[in-house]
Ligand binder design. Sequence first.
Ligand code: GLN
Length: 389
Amino acid sequence: MPKISAKWRDFGTSIFSIMTQKAIASGAVNLAQGFPDFDGPTVIKDAAIAAIKAGRNQYAPAPGVPELRQLLAQRKAEQSQRTYDWHSEVTIFSGASEAIFCALQALFDPGDEILAFEPYFDSYPAAAHSSGARIVGIPLDPPSFTFTRSSLEQAVTKRTRALLLNSPHNPTGRAFNQVELEILRDFVLAHDLLVITDEVYEELVYSPAKHQSIADLPDMAERSIVISSTAKTFSFTGWKVGYAFAPKELTAALRAVHQFTVFCSATPLQYGMIAALELGPEYFSELRQDYRLRRDLLLTELRASGFRAEAPEGTYFIVADYSDLSTVDDLKFASQLTEQHKVAAIPISVFYTDQQLAARRYRYVRFAFCKNQATIAEAGSRLRRIREP
Ligand code: GLN
């Protein structure tokens, strides 16, 4: 029998793969895994195809194609106080998940503790575990999904090294506001923590909510790694082009890991994303408008079907309370929903450190609305049948 590393033995298949396989096997509408069922702009695809045809098919520089890094630095400078030197402070990764993985490998040692709001994205504990560190969850309790300074303080030990923040937040859809970010800033400074901020849903925030990066608060940028991605913003989740902004020393540490993880991200896809960053502001406002319509449609369908849910401030997810429909735990409910009612969703207990406790305590599943209106409407008509005898 092959011997599997004790380190990775406990990490099975990701819930996103499990639910997508179940959705395919059951013929369910897949509102589980967060990927659009439409493509991003044609000009981006054409730019990648042109790059392939023009022979841009060998390794890119390990930190990324220079023009793409320059455009990212320029865009960041328009939005933020801190400017980043494209040469030494901007790096392209194979998706934000790779950037997070490299950050946790680069910065932490066995025994270190990293704080993250739970429910948290499933790659965080795996990436932490791989460096011998661990994620310590700070609860975001429903229905408000907020926190207090004392909930932060309770999670701190002498091993706490960093805050891994995700805003806008998957799965709750929270876009943390100024007051919350200031609490986090004071806390981070009081305990001298590093900040890794995962902002992949930054463009998917619905007014009056606004995206604000914690790194833009005073004294934060020098201790922060700001991670984002082109996947959600341009609807190409399969291209896996992510990026990170960080001060020079932190960037050097990230790059040391990145060069031995993938060395460089796919060259022609980086050229494709140059065209994405050249899109005007109307692209981003249309994106938000379209997503707001999808969000409102899914919310209406969920409420009409007997779920309790609020409009999320950001992301393309709605976390819905099914306790008026069923008393089973969320794993079972998600399976039944997929197999019997033909709509796939994600059980949220898998995003907690103590998954069994979460499964006993919460009755929530996550639905993705990064889908055509026709797909959401079809899911809605299936969900409305749950209550039929
Ligand atoms: N980020 C997406 C989600 O939360 C997809 C993640 C994945 O498939 N690994 O659904």
